[in-house]
Design a protein around this ligand. Structure first.
Ligand code: GLU
Ligand code: ZN
Length: 333
């Protein structure tokens, strides 16, 4: 039975690479928060960008999550009432929402090229997204549009808004207030090559899948106001947000695709066990007094949002050694 307070949270990997320790950290924390609340865990494959997504990665991600000991109740592999759970299977649905927004007069085609947009670097508002889009194409005449089309320009489709209220509360980062300009201004719902934007796909999916808790890395915090606005436009109740601090390498760089040696499969090949990784991350999350072998399930009793660190966590220089030593204990058990 779904009650008003039933928590539904999602793990939303992009199959553009293999999972690394940073992904494991964010997914573990989200999983713990949802399971602690006796909620429903959803796995969603965010393969909206066809240039970067690969089905092999999607398969490997599922393998790695299972290996870590995280489970889910709805997902691409097991189905559920809110399928599909793979974005590339929802293109019609996204198109339908974009059509609705367009019928309401909220969108407009933008013919600006990347180069033109880059040259806006001197625009006044410089947020995470760079300069705000100045609305160049907001009032193009029909004849100008026809001219640009004739010249072979394919437009993206932007969402227009006039200083909407984007404020929201984050359960870990506190109250957030950003202006539309700070968030980059009118943003594309669809790229000029037809690819649906991440913002639109995520908001639609969270609505369709009745997601009540969005817990993810705080590198996405700056995207949230746009998603909050889409929720509002689509008349949906917004989820609770909790953006978790990131994992940094020993040099202070945030983990990225190039950190191949921090991929779960690389660690596994080194003989490192899932329990060592979970126990280490549980320790860094403030849930265990020291790193020890643990299963995700065992961290549940200790879990609370209040315990989580407020700042990014930095991996030790010899993190592989730490994890290996821990793993060796398992073999001796
Ligand atoms: N797919 C996104 C990522 O892997 C996460 C999006 C989200 O959680 O909303 O970075
Ligand atoms: Zn434009």
């Amino acid at each position: 039975m779904l009650t008003a307070s039933h928590v539904r949270g999602r793990l939303a990997p992009s199959p553009t690479g293999h999972l690394h320790l940073g992904n494991a950290w964010a997914f573990l924390l989200c999983w713990l928060a949802v399971r602690k609340a006796d909620g429903t865990v959803i796995l969603r494959m965010e393969d909206i960008d066809p240039d970067r997504s690969k089905t092999e990665f999607a398969t490997d991600i599922i393998t790695d999550l299972h290996w870590l000991g995280l489970d889910w109740d709805e997902g691409p592999d097991c189905g559920g009432d809110n399928a599909p759970y793979t974005q590339s299977e929802k293109l019609d649905r996204y198109a339908e929402v974009i059509a609705q927004l367009s019928e309401r007069g909220l969108t407009y085609p933008c013919y600006c090229t990347r180069k033109e947009l880059r040259s806006l670097a001197s625009a006044p508002h410089k947020g995470e997204f760079g300069p705000a889009y100045p609305g160049t194409c907001l009032h193009l005449s029909a004849s100008r549009k026809a001219e640009l089309e004739a010249a072979g320009r394919r437009p993206s489709l932007r969402l227009h808004a006039d200083s909407p209220d984007l404020s929201f509360h984050d359960r870990l980062c506190g109250d957030q207030h950003q202006t539309w300009e700070e968030c980059g201004g009118d943003f594309p719902l669809r790229r000029s090559d037809g690819v649906i934007s991440y913002q639109l796909a995520v908001a639609v999916d969270d609505i369709d899948q009745n997601v009540t808790l969005v817990m993810r890395g705080d590198d996405i915090l700056h995207c949230t106001p746009r998603q909050v606005y889409l929720y509002k436009l689509l008349n949906a109740r917004r989820p609770d947000y909790a953006h978790v601090p990131l994992v940094l390498d020993a040099e202070g760089e945030r983990l990225a695709k190039r950190h191949k040696h921090f991929e779960l499969r690389a660690l596994r090949e080194m003989g490192i066990s899932a329990k060592a990784i979970i126990g280490y991350l549980g320790y860094r999350a403030g849930l265990l007094p020291e790193p020890k072998l643990a299963q995700a399930q065992e961290l549940l009793t200790h879990f609370s949002l209040e315990k989580l660190p407020k700042q990014a966590i930095q991996l030790e220089n010899d993190i592989e050694e730490i994890l290996k030593k821990l793993s060796e204990k398992e073999n001796k058990l």
